[in-house]
Design a binder for this molecule. Structure first.
Ligand SMILES: Nc1ncnc2c1ncn2[C@@H]1O[C@H](COP(=O)(O)OP(=O)(O)OP(=O)(O)O)[C@@H](O)[C@H]1O
Ligand SMILES: [Mg+2]
Length: 252
């Protein structure tokens, strides 16, 4: 079953002299438990698409369903991790996570209990009382990930979740995300500019053209799980990488 279905969605922004067509007739499906990656040139409309799916922005035409229900009839259905890390600097790690429960009207004490268990389950309880400025970049991303999961663990939208992180920490975060995904049966749609990150994480990768974004290729990543970085040098992975590079050439 599709957890998320985006069908023939288009979106333009009004500008002073003409309208800017950003997304042109895009269709993307994400099955339950699937990890789907989106890769495409900067400015093609990836964040706009995520803003649409999370109902931050309206769309012009097409249809979006989550669990077969029209998006317009639902609210608060996605956990959305923004491109810029957005932990509230005046709140400790624990409070940042609690907030995701509190906005869903869960009482404070229960929210605290849930947040503490989440931190414990994913090995971060020792950082509960740290403020964001006391955490490393990688730790901040881990807390931000848990906060996203706390808000909604059914469908996660992760917009370049590891864009600002160095390569070694990034790999740790990939494994961390895959661990959370497996334990909590998540469904994930993410964007990236990193071909290898896309291959390591995704079951399928959508390649988008430059603006206005259209789908130029859909690539299946049939690598065994649990995935390890070493798999990226296998023949199968290299063939996928070549196809991705080829498809990306067509996006220019
Ligand atoms: N609210 C808005 N009003 C007008 N134009 C917008 C708005 N939001 C985004 N845009 C424009 O839409 C286009 C797509 O932007 P978007 O942020 O979706 O790109 P992106 O694919 O996420 O890029 P990047 O990979 O750099 O993050 C850009 O030209 C941007 O200027
Ligand atoms: Mg973006």
């Amino acid at each position: 079953m599709n957890r998320l279905s985006v069908k023939n969605v288009s979106k333009s922004f009004p500008t002073l002299d003409k309208s800017l067509n950003v997304i042109d007739n895009i269709s993307i499906d994400v099955a339950e438990n699937e990890i789907v990656g989106i890769i495409g040139p900067s400015g093609c409309g990836k964040t706009t698409l995520f803003n649409i799916i999370s109902k931050v922005l309206p769309y012009d035409s097409g249809k979006i369903t989550i669990d077969s229900k029209d998006l317009d009839s639902k609210h608060g259905i996605c956990g959305y991790m923004f491109q810029e890390p957005l932990l509230f600097p005046w709140m400790k790690a624990l409070q940042n996570i609690m907030l995701s429960y509190e906005v869903k009207s869960i009482p404070k004490e229960k929210a605290k209990g849930n947040a503490i268990s989440l931190l414990e389950d994913f090995g971060l309880s020792q950082f509960a009382n740290y403020y964001p400025y006391q955490l490393s970049g990688g730790m901040k991303q881990r807390i931000a990930l848990l906060r996203t999961v706390a808000f909604n663990s059914k469908l996660l939208l992760l917009d370049e979740p590891f864009g600002s992180i160095d390569a070694i920490t990034r790999l740790d975060l990939h494994y961390y995300l895959l661990e959370i995904w497996k334990k909590l049966n998540l469904t994930i749609l993410f964007t990236t500019h990193d071909i290898r990150e896309a291959i390591l994480l995704a079951d399928r990768i959508y390649v988008l053209s430059k603006q206005p974004a259209t789908v130029v290729d859909i690539i299946k990543v049939e690598l065994d799980r649990p995935r390890k970085i070493e798999q990226l040098t296998t023949k199968k992975a290299v063939a996928i990488e070549k196809r991705l590079i080829q498809s990306l050439k067509h996006t220019q």
